[in-house]
Write a protein of this length. Structure first.
Length: 535
């Protein structure tokens, strides 16, 4: 597999690791099949020797696969200063290779989003089988969401050390391994495995954005980032609901976890269609591989020569302080989004019922609001790619502010007031922010820290939801008027900070004005002076 591993030993280590993980999962299936006569309920069944051996194979196989994917020079110490130049046509038309890559990444994101999305379809079955309260069963999605927070941060580091493609493949291996959650006889094991599943899923989206930001031509980068993320998210929820409708009536809720086995293996196979970022390959000193990838995606070459440190042509690096300020602004926006999406929107139906609406009317109102928000992803992609990336994000944050103010106004009315427009503004803002924020972050930071920065902001978006779900489990949800007011403060603050510290990325090379190597220029050669590409 080209650029998947760094050599023949690495390839065999990865393949053997995948085989070991798959066998380890297969050793858990007999317990699931033996429970057929009990409606596939394995609660209380003892874990046999095969399952214990399978767990060991999964752990060992994951480690072996990780070793196989690790670049041989990942921990290289500082090197002599060099001029590194990556020359490519960033205004070139899309090739078949671009479309194939985008298709593979959409499937990857669908598989990734499907894992945590399936949680909502398993709670009822868990509550019934384990004989626990819904609050106790909610510890499972809470653990999964905690895993996504940790995973978003972890995979950001992995992407900057292993590479973009390698981190996607390692995540797929973990998807396969965590499918054994479907055979776990105890709730405690399910909680532990769902945390691991969340950790595997948490970093796929930011890593995908980082890869797309570095692979797509400038004029196609904006819309592709927004649309691929949006289609992957929507497809993931559709896949989870579809599998639940087709399989859960026959096999019970556990089949949704066991589905991680074939989907994870599918993602590993699709790895052949996903390239490694030329910028990352240059950072690793793998210039020949970078040239091969460039040849597939429109042509280009990498030149390297030892040189004395001088001023670079066309480079005006952003200061570390400005990067840190921008990261803070994006993090606040992500936290506010998480609180609104995983808290306010989830609590809103019950609040409407408490205010006098019937369940049917309340659901109908929310359905109408959601219908108004459906075109959001396409409008966001259009604004982001044709108007302004920074302006599109500010517009999305503004919509969330309007929605929060509207909900706050509705909550303070004594009578029944239609919440359709405020809720529609809220949903539009939530959908637009998540469609735009991570692509914008991926374009705003240099290649050497792009994975970590995007992963951190993704973690912040989950952390906001984690806090909201923690309140729900503790039974300490405040009134929605209070919730709206509390979320409004960081949302407004993020608008001011993004307006101040954000930069326009539309149509610009993602590494121009950044202290990194591997810049692309459409018409002329740009030489970037790098110190240690590893640091």
């Amino acid at each position: 597999m080209q650029t998947m591993v760094t050599g023949r030993p690495g390839l065999w280590a990865f393949v053997l690791g995948c085989i070991a993980v798959t066998i380890g999962v297969a050793l858990h299936l007999p317990m699931f099949l033996m429970a057929r006569g009990m409606g596939y309920r394995t609660v209380g069944m003892p874990m046999d020797v095969g399952m214990l051996v399978g767990m060991a194979l999964i752990v060992g196989g994951t480690g072996l696969a990780a070793y196989g994917l690790l670049p041989g020079d990942a921990m290289r110490l500082r090197r002599q200063l060099t001029y590194m130049t990556v020359i490519g046509l960033q205004d070139a038309p899309l090739r078949a290779s671009h479309w194939v890559m985008m298709g593979a990444l959409i499937v990857a994101l669908v598989i990734d989003v499907m894992k945590p999305a399936a949680l909502g379809f398993t709670l009822s079955g868990m509550t019934s089988e384990y004989g626990v309260s819904r609050a106790t069963a909610s510890l499972v999605p809470f653990a999964a969401l905690s895993g996504t927070v940790a995973g978003s941060i972890l995979w950001g580091f992995v992407a900057d050390i292993y590479g973009r493609k390698a981190s996607i493949l390692l995540s797929a291996v973990m998807f396969v391994g965590t499918s054994i959650c479907g055979a776990m006889p105890s709730l405690a094991w399910n909680i532990a495995m769902c945390f691991m599943m969340g950790a595997a899923a948490g970093g796929m989206l930011p890593v995908t954005y980082a890869l797309l930001a570095e692979m797509m031509p400038n004029r196609h980068r904006g819309w592709s980032l927004v649309l691929i993320g949006g289609l992957g998210a929507a497809g993931g929820y559709f896949a989870a609901s579809g599998l639940s409708a087709l399989l859960q009536p026959i096999f019970g809720w556990r089949i949704l976890w066991l589905a991680n086995l074939p989907t994870g293996l599918l993602l590993i196979v699709l790895g052949r269609l996903i390239p490694e970022s030329p910028r990352f390959l240059v950072v690793q000193g793998r210039t020949h591989e970078a040239e091969m990838v460039l040849a597939r995606f429109g042509g280009g070459r990498v030149t390297r020569q030892d040189a004395v440190l001088t001023d670079a042509v066309g480079v005006a690096p952003l200061s570390t302080l400005r990067n840190a300020g921008a990261l803070i602004a994006f993090s606040i926006a992500a936290l506010a989004w998480g609180c609104a999406n995983f808290g306010l929107l989830l609590w809103l139906p019950a609040d409407l019922v408490a205010r006098g609406y019937s369940v049917g009317v309340a659901s109908g109102l929310l359905a109408k609001a959601s219908l108004i928000a459906v075109p959001t992803i396409f409008v966001a992609a259009l604004l982001y790619s044709r108007w302004s990336s920074k302006g599109a994000l500010l517009a999305a944050i503004s919509m969330l502010v309007l929605g929060l103010v509207g909900v706050l106004w509705v909550e303070r009315q004594s009578g029944i007031v239609s919440p359709v427009l405020p809720v529609a503004a809220l949903i539009v803002g939530v959908n637009a922010i998540i469609a735009i924020l991570l692509p914008y972050v991926a374009e705003s930071f240099p290649a050497r820290i792009r994975g970590r920065a995007t992963g951190w902001v993704a973690a912040c978006s989950k952390a906001g939801g984690l806090g909201a779900q923690g309140l729900a489990i503790a039974g300490a949800v405040p009134p929605l008027a209070t919730v709206s007011g509390l979320i409004l403060v960081p949302t407004a603050a993020s608008f001011v900070l993004v307006a101040w510290l954000g930069r326009e990325t539309k149509g610009r090379d993602v590494d121009v004005l950044q202290p990194t190597i591997g810049a692309y220029e459409p018409l002329r050669q740009t030489t970037i002076v790098a110190d240690d590409p590893q640091v």
